[in-house]
Design a protein around this ligand. Structure first.
Ligand SMILES: [Fe+2]
Length: 227
């Protein structure tokens, strides 16, 4: 992997952070050429409108795009989630760059999974509870929260697009408690130009409280696939 073209980012640190921590933060001066940095990680996945990025702004429930998370949460804090959890193979990385901080305080929250510990302990509630993804516009799909993929252990969780099967022994609350046991909570406080890259397979994320007081907040979002 090389970042020689139009970038001042430390390529070794990005790779290490994404593999070991599940996320990587780049200061504004390191992230001027965000798109070039991301294109080195993998293919930038097209949005529904055909561009390679989407600018996220706070929406009320009424004004939000129909299939967006904001159509369900509005300006409230979001639940922690994997982006595009309804896809058989969600994007490998999600990147957010702050274009406008906004008027108030509205952080992005991360929950990196303790992957090594999870691999050792393999709690049945995360490996064996069966879910169905029911996102609008996508075929229903059975899935698990923790799955062994060809690239290692992978996490998939989105309480707004995934439902436990009615026959499940467990309930959502039980799963949330178990996720708490295998995650830490990290608060990312935005600066204009900063870039946050999230390993979407090992780190959950969400917009925190504060969108209602930050109507001008804009984050540019990219989704990165697998090379
Ligand atoms: Fe998200």
């Amino acid at each position: 992997m090389s970042y020689r073209r139009n970038t001042v980012a430390d390529e070794g640190r990005i790779e290490r952070d994404l593999a070991s921590s599940g996320w990587c933060w780049l200061e504004p001066d390191e992230a001027v050429f965000a798109r070039d940095i991301l294109a080195c990680l993998g293919p930038l996945l097209p949005t529904q409108s055909g561009t390679d990025h989407h600018d996220l702004v706070p929406y009320t429930r009424k004004n939000a795009p129909t299939l967006s998370m904001s159509a369900q949460t509005g300006l409230d804090a979001q639940p922690r989630h994997t982006d595009a959890a309804f896809l058989p193979r969600p994007p490998r990385y999600i990147a957010l760059q702050c274009l406008k901080v906004g008027e108030g305080f509205c952080p992005t929250i991360l929950w990196p999974i303790q992957i090594r510990r999870l691999s050792r302990k393999r709690p049945p509630i995360l490996f064996n509870s069966r879910w169905v993804s029911t996102a609008a516009g996508h075929s229903p799909m059975y899935c698990y929260v923790a799955e062994d993929g060809e690239d290692g252990l992978r996490i998939r969780f989105d309480p707004l697009s995934m439902r436990l099967l009615p026959s499940s022994y467990w309930e959502l609350h039980d799963v949330e408690i178990m996720l708490d046991e295998y995650t830490n909570r990290v608060e990312c406080i935005w600066k204009e130009g900063a870039l946050l890259i999230i390993n979407n397979w090992t780190c959950l994320h969400a917009r925190g409280e504060g969108a209602v007081a930050s109507p001008s907040r804009v984050l540019r979002r990219w989704a990165v696939g697998v090379i």
